[in-house]
Design a protein around this ligand. Structure first.
Ligand code: ADP
Ligand code: TRP
Length: 332
């Protein structure tokens, strides 16, 4: 049995990328492993230091997690700031994290470029906080999308470094994981890049989107002028639509449109119409559950309390041992 952990930042509603990258396989694993799923609210401050409604965002992401199939009785579903042991482990990791290696992380460089007026220490040390999230439960497997591979490499670096410096075999070396499948990148609808909540709203399909909104977004998705030669390679925007289709549609549907493409008989309008229908069918039950759970404050409160208690049992055990290992001891 492995310890599995994943997390999402509460910076907006969940989209199909989050679902396929981090949630779908977690859902499958939760009954066979010891699973933790958390809402990375500390992390969200690295890009959104003064959020308009942090509590509301955390609540929304929690609801969407539950609606997407996380079972809070089986897995431990908690809020990062409800486990302050994470912050202590982060502080300790930071003592052995070096400026040079942190500055080389791609996501840091990207974010520094995107928010030049706010290149804060939290952004620089994002990987040590993420390592603390994972290692506070001594997790082995981390279901994430492809974009998180480098962060997992940093987590292994911090785990190995800790073991070496303090001469212990305490932390595992966690791996990015997708249930035996390749790590996935769900593209956006704007023709390039991954689906993300921080980009243009029209590029992402959210789990809470109404059917009409989904149709509108998909019909507006970027394509190209169409194939002119049989069996020609696809342009990035068209490849992206096929990737989305692979995620939500039956394999026969993908095959059907692929054949049409190869024969230069494809009509992108038809492809988009079918894609929109399949996304709507896929999201429908999740959206319904989002509505149901949103109306049940007592249930949400119960889930949060239960998650906090369960996370604390595991987190406090780790931090106690870490303190012992480093040499913070009680006076007798
Ligand atoms: P966003 O990029 O929209 O801000 P997060 O950074 O909070 O989302 O990502 C949370 C999880 O969802 C991570 O495991 C990340 O790898 C995964 N994820 C986000 N976008 C995608 C995507 N387009 N394809 C696959 N996985 C994704
Ligand atoms: N960095 C992740 C993201 O942006 C979110 C995250 C924070 C996370 N801590 C984590 C994911 C621990 C997995 C495990 O997508």
């Amino acid at each position: 049995m492995s310890i599995v952990l994943s997390g999402i930042r509460p910076t907006g509603n969940l989209h199909l990328g989050n679902y396929f990258g981090a949630l779908k396989n977690f859902k499958k694993m939760q009954h066979e492993n010891e699973c933790y799923f958390f809402i990375a609210d500390y992390h969200s401050l690295t890009t959104h230091p003064t959020p308009d409604d942090l509590h509301g965002n955390v609540r929304q992401v929690l609801i969407e997690y539950l609606a997407a199939g996380i079972d809070p009785e089986t897995a431990t579903l908690y809020i990062q700031s409800d486990l302050p042991e994470t912050a202590e482990l982060y502080l300790l990791f930071n003592m052995n994290a070096y400026k040079g290696e942190l500055e080389r992380v791609t996501t840091f460089k990207d974010k520094a470029r995107k928010q030049p007026d706010n290149v804060n220490a939290g952004l620089l040390t994002y990987p040590s906080l993420m390592a603390a999230d994972i290692l506070i439960h001594r997790a082995h497997k981390v279901p994430v999308g492809k974009d998180q591979e480098q962060h997992l490499e940093m987590t292994r670096t911090f785990a190995k470094r800790f073991n070496r410096l303090y001469k212990v075999d305490f932390f595992p070396e966690p791996v990015a994981y997708n249930f035996g499948e390749e790590l996935i990148k769900i593209p956006g609808l704007d023709g390039s890049g991954k689906m993300s909540k921080s980009d243009d709203e029209n590029s992402a399909i959210f789990l809470a989107d109404e059917p009409k909104v989904i149709s509108k977004k998909v019909m507006k998705a970027v394509t190209d002028a169409g194939p002119t030669k049989m069996n020609s390679p696809k342009s990035e925007p068209v490849e992206n639509l096929f990737s989305l289709m692979k995620a939500v549609s039956e394999p026969e549907t993908v095959q059907y449109f692929n054949d049409l493409y190869n024969k230069c008989e494809i009509r992108y309008g038809d492809l988009k119409k079918k894609l929109a229908e399949d996304i709507i069918t896929f999201i429908e039950p999740i959206r319904e559950r989002i509505k149901e759970i949103s109306a049940n404050d007592a249930y949400i409160k119960k889930v949060v309390k239960m998650g906090k208690e369960k996370a604390h049992i595991s987190g406090s055990k780790t931090i106690k041992e870490v303190r012992e290992i480093i040499g913070f001891r009680e006076f007798n």
